[in-house]
Design a protein around this ligand. Structure first.
Ligand code: TRP
Length: 315
């Protein structure tokens, strides 16, 4: 039986994209007992590449954990840990940096995109994929659950694993498992906090309503098939309902369809929203869960770390 790893950055409250793109599908697999070990990572070091998210990093990590628990994660069944609690990950980042050509990192599309939109680029933005390779390889998980936009990062992890394995066979070569297509946000681009296009499913109802009404739609409601496919409301709704049903709602008009979608989401996530509220106020419980995860993780990674330090003659 394979092991599974997935990770979410601590950039605030997890939004609808996280819940339907990563959290729910992972919990579904865990409940089906398809994997031997399951690693759930809260990537609070990856978050640091964006200044805006440094300030509330600790609280934001709790929010991610609270969302996992609210959606039904049984933390006893998994190894759920916070990246910064495992300094061995950053140790690997350095070893891996020593063998990976930096020119390749400059070609990574997430880096190129960042470069076109920002004047100042810190080193961590460039080495982001190496830190992710450290996350992935340290777990020795065979299956990595990621969004489509992370495939290039996974490819880098595979390259590094192969390179080190040529010296000594230490690492498993990981494979990506992609669950859904990218979950689109209110503007039709990938749902992401930094793009300000999220549906913040754990926030106040008023806020959710505002975000749904922000969904950019076309001037008139539409029944032409090709226009429908590019419609944002249609695409977001499609994650929950069949095409026929949505078309019916859209045909009455966008205002109506948005109202309807809002009520649908509130009732669908009623339990999760309530549980989220419960967990987020239990900081010491959340911290305890993370400590348990870190302890389990530390034990698992020791033999691997010993081997890697040997490879780099740093034992
Ligand atoms: N970079 C991933 C993202 O932005 C998050 C992440 C960090 C991750 N480390 C990981 C995902 C390891 C899977 C495995 O979505």
């Amino acid at each position: 039986m394979d092991n599974l790893l997935t990770g979410i950055k601590s950039t605030g409250r997890p939004h609808l994209g996280h819940v339907i793109g990563i959290i729910s599908p992972t919990i579904f697999l865990i409940n089906k007992e398809m994997f031997h070990k399951q690693f759930i990572l809260i990537a609070n070091l990856h978050t640091l590449t964006n200044y805006n998210f440094i300030k509330n990093n600790k609280t934001n990590s709790y929010k991610i954990l609270a969302a996992w628990l609210a959606c039904g994660l049984d933390y006893k069944k998994v190894i759920c840990y916070r990246q910064s609690d495992i300094p061995e990950i950053t140790e690997l980042l350095w070893f891996f940096s020593a063998i990976f050509p930096y020119n390749r990192l400059k070609l990574v599309h997430s880096f190129k995109e960042y470069k076109t939109n920002n004047k100042i680029i810190n080193t961590a933005t460039l080495t982001y994929p190496i830190l992710m390779a450290a996350d992935i390889l340290i777990s020795k998980a065979e299956i990595i659950l990621v969004g489509k936009d992370q495939l290039q990062h996974l490819e880098i992890a595979r390259k590094i694993a192969k390179k080190i394995n040529q010296i000594k066979r230490i690492f498993t070569i990981p494979k990506a498992k992609i669950f859904t297509k990218l979950i689109k946000g209110t503007d039709g681009k990938k749902m992401s906090k930094s793009k300000k296009n999220i549906i913040d499913i754990f926030s106040k109802k008023k806020q959710i309503k505002k975000q749904i009404f922000k969904i950019k739609t076309q001037n008139k409601f539409l029944n032409e098939e090709n226009k429908l496919l590019t419609d944002n409301l249609y695409n977001i709704y499609l994650n929950f309902a069949g095409s026929k049903k949505i078309k019916k709602k859209l045909n009455v008009g966008y205002q109506h369809a948005k109202e309807e979608f809002y009520s649908f989401l509130i009732s669908k996530f009623k339990k999760e929203r309530k549980l989220y509220k419960y967990y987020i106020n239990k900081k010491s419980k959340l911290e305890k869960i993370l400590k348990i995860g870190a302890t389990k993780m530390k034990e698992i990674i020791q033999p691997t770390m010993k081997q890697v330090r040997n490879v780099f003659d740093c034992s």
